[in-house]
Design a protein around this ligand. Sequence first.
Ligand code: NAD
Ligand code: UDP
Length: 345
Amino acid sequence: MTINRYIRSKYIKNRFLNRLYCAIMSRKRILITGAAGFLGSHLCDRFIKEDYHVIGMDNLITGDLRNIEHLFSLEHFEFYNHDVSTFVHVPGKLDYILHFASPASPIDYLKIPIQTLKVGSLGTHHLLGLARAKGARILVASTSEVYGDPTVSPQPEEYWGNVNPVGPRGVYDEAKRFQEAITMAYHTFHGLETRIVRIFNTYGPRMRLNDGRVLPAFIGQALRGEDLTVFGDGSQTRSFCYVDDQVEGIYRLLHSDYPYPVNIGNPDEITIRQFGEEIIKLTGTTQKLVYRDLPVDDPKQRRPDITKARELLGWEARVGRAEGLRITYEYFKSLPDKEIKHKDF
Ligand code: NAD
Ligand code: UDP
């Protein structure tokens, strides 16, 4: 509990005095786009906990209001159902913006490629304009996908990437590369306070069981008693970061003074085949791994170089895969049976 919160809970019981106290302490106001999604909802929780006034915005294209329904009764949470690829307006002052709206799973952005391009480009442009108008600091959610199918490993921020702009994943990768470019341009030409986080594969409770990403896919298959589908021969690698670690890294980056991109991810790299075996062990399923075609342009390796995050933010991942997977599995197991059985890809 922060000091501010402690004082309020202990000494200021009256609602009016509470408001007055908040006004005097000038509670910071933050806009979080993509608030009903996986990462956005965890960020809303974190900033509420830190005593911010949180304004969530989402058009629910891949998100779910259930991720934030526990916040609706709070005085310091507001929600706007809005598409940020159209003009964005928020009344009142704003101190910070976190732009997290965007489909993030390959099957989502393959299904809605134009919306994906628009939210990364037009959406980012609108939010940069809003930040400028309000004098707010903005942090945009970029991705390890800007490195495409990387030819160096681990990937440092200086690596320019190996992206196929016209391949199926190009709609996401190029939108995010444009997002970084326009964010830097606003920083350089308008002096806007900007931050760019390059997020590596992050997992945890509130991922959609049917979003097609490998972790929910494998756990969903195990829970339904199906074989686990490994794409390709399973020798491609990923490095999985637990959501609480990711949120901590984003929080620290927002409050740093570093405007260039920073990788946030857990460098513990694993092949997808080994990952499937870990899920089989964790869930106790008697099913096996089966092999399917590798999607076009699927990156062969991915592992963050987190030297910058360590040096600039004093950050590194704390939650190991065994613990993170256990918590996430408990979450998926607790979902209603009907949701576990539902497979609408
Ligand atoms: P998610 O799909 O759970 O959340 C994205 C949210 O954005 C959804 O609630 C969706 O409805 C909303 N949204 C999409 N387009 C919108 C629009 N035009 N207007 C308003 N809302 C819109 O995905 P996530 O995993 O939480 O990812 C959040 C952000 O983090 C994305 O920008 C993604 O690119 C980035 N990211 C995530 C990961 C990861 O591993 N989870 C990795 C790299 C980058
Ligand atoms: N993958 C898989 N089986 C699945 C879903 C994904 O083998 O059912 C693989 C996918 O081909 C990729 C890796 O798992 O190599 C991670 O995929 P995901 O969609 O989670 O994220 P990406 O890192 O590719 O964006």
